[in-house]
Each structure stands twice: as structure tokens, then as C-alpha cells.
Design a protein around this ligand. Structure first.
Ligand SMILES: Nc1ncnc2c1ncn2[C@@H]1O[C@H](COP(=O)(O)OP(=O)(O)OP(=O)(O)O)[C@@H](O)[C@H]1O
Length: 269
């Protein structure tokens, strides 16, 4: 069988903030052409992992290899080959999208003669032409996010790293992004993204890593995760599996019971 090239290798990664083990001995790999979803409850360590991979934070321990490069030592080269969508809204708020894209084309040294045509196509796909010349600070959260996504893919990076990329987006934009990610992997790119949206992970990811308290609690395809979760239900979905593997299923049941009492709704039949 053909062995696919490893695009990202994370080995025994650890990062603490004072007493919090944000990332705790985490290891995983992403191969060429693969969409890998990092799934975990709030505070599980997803953003910290992503920031370590990008070299925005230094690890306490462990090794990261992205495209054969070291995040902290090869920062400039990596930026040219990675597309990053952060969790926070865009930082370049005093620019218009037009100025931002011009800026990106110059710092990423984009030489593609068709770049203007491609940009126009992306803007059209996201219905973003109408606010192309407005200040980013005046855009809605979802529209800022769309501009951030276009900015991340414009230089045709080999790996896309996206922290909650679909948060706040409407259904049409979600569909467009799903299509972009599929096309990106079809041409040999890889994707790492974090999400809370189970259906998206289930629908889109080739493999999913479920993390809790900075540790990998389960990893694999949907089929493999179903096997690992020991849920008896044939039709267990990712939400059931996720809650069980992150040991939140019982507490969710208790919360629902308590809420029924608090809101004075009787037991279900
Ligand atoms: N700069 C920091 N200083 C102190 N603690 C931090 C810092 N950054 C993250 N943490 C802590 O590390 C843990 C992991 O945080 P992280 O943001 O990586 O989680 P997450 O999985 O991305 O969460 P969410 O889904 O809520 O975005 C949390 O307990 C968080 O409070």
C-alpha cells in the first residue's frame, strides 16, 4: 500500500501555564491529503496546540515537525507554506479587505499571475465583494471570518490550520468552506482544524483526535472512534462518543435532570 507523506508530526508535546497542563504529552500525525479534526471541550488545549504548531508559543517538551520545518526556527518559511485562521477576529482592523489582501500578497511574495482573478472568485463565493473596500473593524463577526479565511488560502498553502473556522458563519458559507477544504486536500494539501461542531467533524474529517485536559483520549476515523467508545448503540453519533470519551456523559445527564427540576418540567415518559 502507498505510504502517504507526513505533513505534520507532533510528538509528546507538552505546555503548562502555571499549574495548568494545557497540553499534556500529546502526539498525532497528519498526512498529505488528510483533513484532521481536533475536538475537545472548552479548555481542552486545542488553541494551545495550534499555537505551538505555528511557533506562536514555545513548548515545554516534545517535538513538532511541519513540512519538515521547525515552527520556531523556520518561522518565515513556514508562514509561506501554512494558511492560518485564528480563533480571534482579524487583527488588521484598521485596513480594508482590499488593503489586507494586497499586504498579504506582498509579504507572502505571491507571484501567481492569476491571483486577482482567484481573489475575485473567492470574494464572490463568500458574497464578500460588497464590503471589500470597507474597514474590517466595521464588518460583522461572520464577515470578518470570511475575510480571514480568504487571507489564509490566497497563497495556496500546503497545510491549512484553522481554529474554530466555522464559528459564526451562515449555512451557505459553511458549505463554501467545506468545498474549499475538500478541494484543498484533493490537490494534495492537508488540513488541521479545531471545532466544537460535531456534525462538521463527522461530515468532513478523515480522522478526528479527541482531546481532554490536554491529553489525546481517542483518535481515528468515525468507525474507529465508535469501536473505541464501547457505546452499545449501533447508531451512536459523534456527540455521544465525544461525551463518553471525555467523561462528560454522566454529568450531562445530571445537569439535564437538575434543569428539569429547576424549570419545573416533569420527567419524560
Ligand atoms: N496564556 C495563558 N495563560 C494561562 N493559562 C492559559 C493560557 N492560555 C491557555 N491557558 C489555559 O490552558 C488551558 C487550555 O486552553 P486552550 O485555549 O488551549 O483550550 P481550548 O481547547 O482551545 O478551549 P476553547 O474550546 O474554549 O477555545 C485552559 O485551561 C486555559 O485556561
Amino acid at each position: 500500500m502507498e505510504q502517504k507523506e507526513t505533513i505534520l508530526n507532533v510528538e509528546n508535546l507538552a505546555k503548562s501555564f502555571e499549574n495548568v497542563h494545557a497540553v499534556d504529552n500529546l502526539s498525532f500525525q497528519i498526512k498529505k491529503g488528510e483533513i484532521y479534526g481536533l475536538l475537545g471541550p472548552n479548555g481542552a488545549g486545542k488553541t494551545t496546540t495550534i499555537k505551538l504548531i505555528l511557533g506562536l508559543l514555545g513548548p515545554d517538551n516534545g517535538k513538532i515537525d511541519v513540512l519538515g520545518l521547525h515552527p520556531e526556527q523556520d518561522e518565515i518559511e513556514l508562514k509561506k507554506r501554512i494558511g492560518y485562521v485564528s480563533e480571534e477576529p482579524l487583527i488588521y482592523k484598521s485596513l480594508t479587505p482590499k488593503e489586507l489582501f494586497n499586504f498579504i500578497a506582498s509579504i507572502r511574495d505571491i507571484k501567481d499571475p492569476n491571483i486577482t482573478k482567484k481573489l475575485a472568485q473567492y470574494l464572490e463565493s463568500f458574497d464578500a465583494i460588497e464590503y471589500y473596500k470597507r474597514l474590517i473593524s466595521t464588518l460583522s463577526r461572520g464577515n470578518k471570518q470570511k475575510i480571514q479565511i480568504i487571507a489564509a488560502i490566497l497563497h495556496q498553502p500546503e497545510i491549512l490550520i484553522m481554529d474554530e473556522p466555522l464559528a459564526g458563519l451562515d449555512a451557505k458559507s459553511v458549505k463554501v468552506i467545506k468545498e474549499i477544504l475538500e478541494l484543498h486536500t484533493q490537490r494534495g494539501g492537508a488540513v488541521l482544524f479545531s471545532t466544537h461542531i460535531m456534525e462538521i467533524a463527522e461530515d468532513l474529517c478523515d480522522r478526528i483526535g479527541i482531546i481532554a485536559s490536554g491529553k489525546m483520549v481517542a483518535e481515528g476515523t468515525m468507525e474507529e472512534l465508535k469501536n473505541q467508545s464501547s457505546l452499545l448503540k449501533e447508531d451512536a453519533d459523534l456527540e455521544d462518543i465525544f461525551l463518553q470519551l471525555t467523561e462528560q456523559d454522566e454529568s450531562v445527564n445530571d445537569i439535564i435532570k437538575n434543569l428539569r427540576q429547576t424549570m419545573e418540567v416533569g420527567e419524560t415518559e
